[in-house]
Design a protein around this ligand. Sequence first.
Ligand SMILES: Nc1nc2c(ncn2[C@@H]2O[C@H](COP(=O)(O)OP(=O)(O)O[C@H]3O[C@H](CO)[C@@H](O)[C@H](O)[C@@H]3O)[C@@H](O)[C@H]2O)c(=O)[nH]1
Ligand SMILES: [Mg+2]
Length: 267
Amino acid sequence: MAIENSIIVPAYHEKLNIRPLTTRVFAALGNEDSKKTEIIFVDDNSKDGSVEEVQTLQKEGYNVSIIVRTAERGLSSAVLRGFVESNGEYLVCMDADLQHPPESIPDFLKTLRNHPFVIGTRYAAGVGIDKDWPLYRRVISGGARLLALPLTSVSDPMSGYFGLHKKYLINAKQVDAQGFKIALELLAKLPLPKDQTVGEFPYSFGVRTEGESKLSSKVMIQYLAQLKDLYVYKFTWSTIIGFFLIFSILIMTFILELLKGYHASKN
Ligand SMILES: Nc1nc2c(ncn2[C@@H]2O[C@H](COP(=O)(O)OP(=O)(O)O[C@H]3O[C@H](CO)[C@@H](O)[C@H](O)[C@@H]3O)[C@@H](O)[C@H]2O)c(=O)[nH]1
Ligand SMILES: [Mg+2]
C-alpha cells in the first residue's frame, strides 16, 4: 500500500523515547492506517543507541526509519531534511519526547486532509500545558508568542507540532533553517492557498519524562534573528519601526503600572 502520511521526528539524544513514540503512534492508527504511514526520525549523530533502537523496531515490522546527519545540526534543518526524504503527501512534524501526544495522530491526520497547513495549538478550550511545565518556560514561550503576533494569526506559532501538504513545500528554498521555529518560518513564507484556512488542532502539551530539553540561550538568540528576518521579509522598514514604537510604549506602560502598584503598596 502506498505511503500517504509521513511523520517526521527531529531527535537528538532521544533513544529512550523512540520506542514508546513509535509503538504508541502505530497503535493509535490501527492496522489499515498504519500501512499508509511512515515515521522518520532525523537524528544528529547522537550515538546513543537510537539507530539500533530503530533497527529493532524495523525487525518487529514497524515502518520506521532514521536519518543520521553528521555534517549538520539543528531542529529546523532536521525537520526540513525529513520532509525532503518523506514518501507521503501529508507531512507531520512532532517531537520525539512525547510532549506531543502520540494518540492524537489519527485526528491530526484527519484535520490535515481539510487544510493545507495545520498547527497544533495549546491555546484552545479544553486543552493546555501540563502544570509541571516550568514557569520560566511559560514566560519565554509567552514572550516569543507575543513577538510573533505581527507575523501570523495562528494561536500557537511556537508549536513544534504541525503538518502540511508536501506540494506546498515547492518554494522551500527561501526557508531559513536556523533555530527551533520552523512552523512559524513556513507559515510566513510558504505559498499557501489564500482561499483555504490554516487549521488549528488543539492538544495538551505534556512534560518530558526521558532526556533533556535542547532549548538553550543560543536557540533564543536564533529566534530573535529569525524574527528580524521575517519582519523584514513581510513588512517595510517604516512598519517595523511603527511596531517597535508601539511595543516600547506598551512595555513602558506596563513598567509604569508596576511601579505605581509598588508605590501604592508602600504608602
Ligand atoms: N535532529 C535534531 N533534533 C533536535 C535538535 N534540537 C532539538 N531536537 C529535537 O526536537 C524536539 C524538540 O526539542 P526539545 O528540546 O524537546 O524542545 P522543547 O524545549 O521541549 O521545545 C518544544 O516546545 C516548544 C514550544 O514551547 C516548541 O516550539 C519546540 O519546537 C519544541 O516542540 C525533540 O525531539 C528534540 O530531540 C537538534 O539539534 N537536532
Ligand atoms: Mg520537548
